[in-house]
Structure formats: C-alpha cells, structure tokens
Design a protein. Structure first.
Ligand code: NAD
Length: 339
C-alpha cells in the first residue's frame, strides 16, 4: 500500500507514540500530526530526531478538550487517527483513578465524536478511506491461569482502574463502529519494552536503579507472568493493522515472550554484569543482591499471554526481535542514556 497518509496520532510524545512517529517519519512518506498534552509521561526529547521534519506537526493539547480536537480535524484533515494518548501506569491508577477516567474514557469519547462529525462531512470516496485505530492492551481481559492465551475473542474482565478505563474505551470504539458505522480498528498488545520508556515501568526501573546501586523492588513473590514485546515490533504491527486490517476488526499483538517478573529482573541483572564488568556489584555479590520483595500490588494480575496468530496469518506480521536481543539492546540503551 503506497498511499501517502495524513495521520493524526494522539499521545505521540509517550513511549510507544514516539517510537511510532520516529518510524513513520524516517521510513514512510506519511505526514504526522501529533496531539499530546505533555503530561509527566511525555518525553519530547524522544522526538528530537523528527521535530524539524516538514511532515511532522506538533500540537500541545488535551484530547478531552472537544473544541481543540474539532479544530485539529478541521485544520489538518487527517485520513486516519491512531489513538495512543492515555494514562498508562497501573500503580498510578490505583493511587488516583480520576485522570484515567477523564483521559482514557472521556478523551476517547471526544475523539470518536470528532471523528464521526469529521467523516460525515467528507465526500463519500474520502470517507471510505478513513480509519480510527484504537491502541489497546491485553490487560482489558484480566488475567489467565497457568495455561491458555488471550485472543480477539477473549472476554473482557479488567482488574485495575487502568485496565477498566481501557476496556471502557474499547467498548465505546466498538459501539461507534456498530451504531454510527465509524471505520474502526482495535489492537490489543502485550507489555512493551525498549528505549525511551518512562523509568516508572518495570524494565527501565530495574535498570536505572541497579546502575545506581539502589534496591530493585519486586511485587510479592515475582511469579507474575508478563508477555513482552519490543516497542519496534509493536510499531510495525500497528502500521500493519492500520494499512491492512479489516474495518471493524480487532487484532491481538504479541511475540510469545512469557517471563516471570523475577526471572526478567534476574536476566537484566545478568546483562548488566556482562556489560559493566568493572562495576563493584558485578565483581562482588552481583546486581541480583539488590532485589527486594515488596508488598504485592492490590488486584495484581497473575499472567498475561497473547495468541497473535490472527495478525500473523491474516496480515503476515512477524516480530523481528527475540527477547534476548531486544533486552540486551534495551539495557545498553539505558546505560548510554541514563544520568
Ligand atoms: P505513555 O504513558 O508513555 O504515553 C502516553 C502519552 O499520552 C504521553 O505523551 C502523554 O503526555 C499523553 N497524554 C496523556 N493524557 C493525555 C491527554 N488527556 N491528551 C493528550 N495527550 C495525553 O504510554 P505508552 O506506554 O506509550 O502507551 C501508549 C498507548 O498504548 C496507551 O493507550 C496504552 O494504553 C497502550 N498500551 C501500552 C502498552 C505498554 O506496554 N506500554 C501495552 C499495550 C498497550
């Protein structure tokens, strides 16, 4: 598909959005309009390589601001929306859920309404090409026992205020497709890792604390299982879904990299010892000696695992990173980029 698109991306200064924008600007001819509120989670430096590009436009603003969102549609006339803006950290959602309700639910509602009104006034040949791609998470399905996988048919059963707000936004997207015929796509992705992730998330938290010799906290026994995907593989999957996905369909994205949190943290410690052989911890007890088990997160999901066979067989997406190469690259990136 060689059509040049004008893509409105929300939350483009976040971890995944910025990787998506760097990829689109450097490897495609599409234009990007990035609408981001610049919350604590945003990192504008992650976009320094694209900020002067003529195909990149940045608007600082809140997706809950309906006047602003409508004016962005009028001014830029996007062909597609990729909606990533969200409050994304589970622990923060437990400490204070209000922002999650506003941004994830009301913000998504606002974007859907703005898209619907915008599409309704387009000539039919242009309206036909419009897509609203909602970027969701496997966390909307709650958790799994030791066996089985999530797929596009899994029942919604969110556990945290974060995942409940994401589930709510998925339902709104499905309703806007069914009731108003808005051309929507949904993707459910597993846990992402890679460069530029906020240091509050498990992998960067572990790396940045370990290199400073600080304790590495692990919730409970650390036996919770997460299914990890490199952010670059997610970005390529998102563009595959956007350009080749069937309207009204959903796609689960993952690469079969299940790890217990404890094993993951231990692997990071091993990478650090190899990459920093002169560090006093590498020479003595090892970075593993920094691990401390702390009180478990309330409502903590036990296991996530994705079956991405629909995306792989229908749209021919395959991940490029193994967990070993991706984690090694990520640890090296944080060593080079953390203060
Ligand atoms: P992030 O927290 O790193 O970034 C979120 C971005 O959204 C930030 O730049 C922030 O400023 C912006 N934002 C927040 N509220 C906003 C508002 N009201 N208006 C405009 N912008 C606002 O998040 P991320 O990890 O990049 O995740 C992006 C999306 O992908 C989210 O929707 C998340 O639910 C989903 N997702 C994330 C993961 C993951 O592992 N990180 C996995 C699956 C799905």
């Amino acid at each position: 598909n060689t059509q040049t698109l004008k893509i409105l991306i929300t939350g483009g200064c976040g971890f995944i959005g910025s990787a998506l924008i760097r990829h689109i600007i450097s490897l495609t001819s599409h234009q990007v309009i990035n609408l981001d509120k610049l919350t604590y989670a945003a990192n504008p430096l992650s976009l320094s390589s694209v900020q002067d590009n003529k195909r990149y436009h940045f608007i600082q603003g809140d997706i809950c601001d309906d006047k602003l969102v409508n004016s962005v549609f009028e001014q830029y006339q996007p062909n597609v929306v990729m909606h990533l803006a969200a409050e994304s950290h589970v622990d923060r959602s437990i400490a204070g859920p209000a922002d999650f309700i506003h941004t994830n639910i009301v913000g998504t509602f606002n974007l859907l309404e703005a898209s619907r009104h915008f599409v309704n006034q387009l000539p039919s040949h242009q309206a036909k090409g419009f897509r609203f791609h909602h970027v969701s998470t496997d966390e909307v399905f709650g958790d799994l026992p030791q066996t089985g996988f999530f797929n596009e048919q899994s029942a919604y059963s969110p556990s945290s205020p974060y995942s409940a707000s994401k589930a709510s936004s998925d339902h709104l997207v499905k309703a806007w497709h069914r009731t108003y015929g808005l051309p929507t796509l949904i993707s459910y992705c597993s846990n992402n890792y890679g460069p530029f992730q906020h240091p509050e998330k498990l992998i960067p938290l572990t790396i940045t604390r370990a290199i400073k010799g600080q304790h590495i906290p692990i919730y409970g026994d650390g036996q919770q299982i997460r299914d990890w995907l490199h952010v670059q593989d997610h970005v390529e999957a998102l563009l595959t879904v956007l350009t080749q996905g069937q309207i009204g369909e959903a796609y689960a994205i993952g690469a079969n990299n299940e790890q217990t949190n404890l094993h993951l943290v231990q692997s990071i410690c091993k990478h650090l010892s190899i990459l920093m052989p002169e560090h006093h911890l590498a020479r003595n007890n090892g970075f593993e000696s920094l691990i401390r088990h702390v009180k478990d997160r309330p409502g903590h999901d036990q296991r996530y695992a994705i079956d991405a066979s629909k995306l792989m067989s229908e749209l021919n997406w395959t991940p490029k990173y193994t967990f070993e190469t991706g984690l090694n690259q990520t640890v090296q990136w944080y060593l080079a980029n953390s203060k």
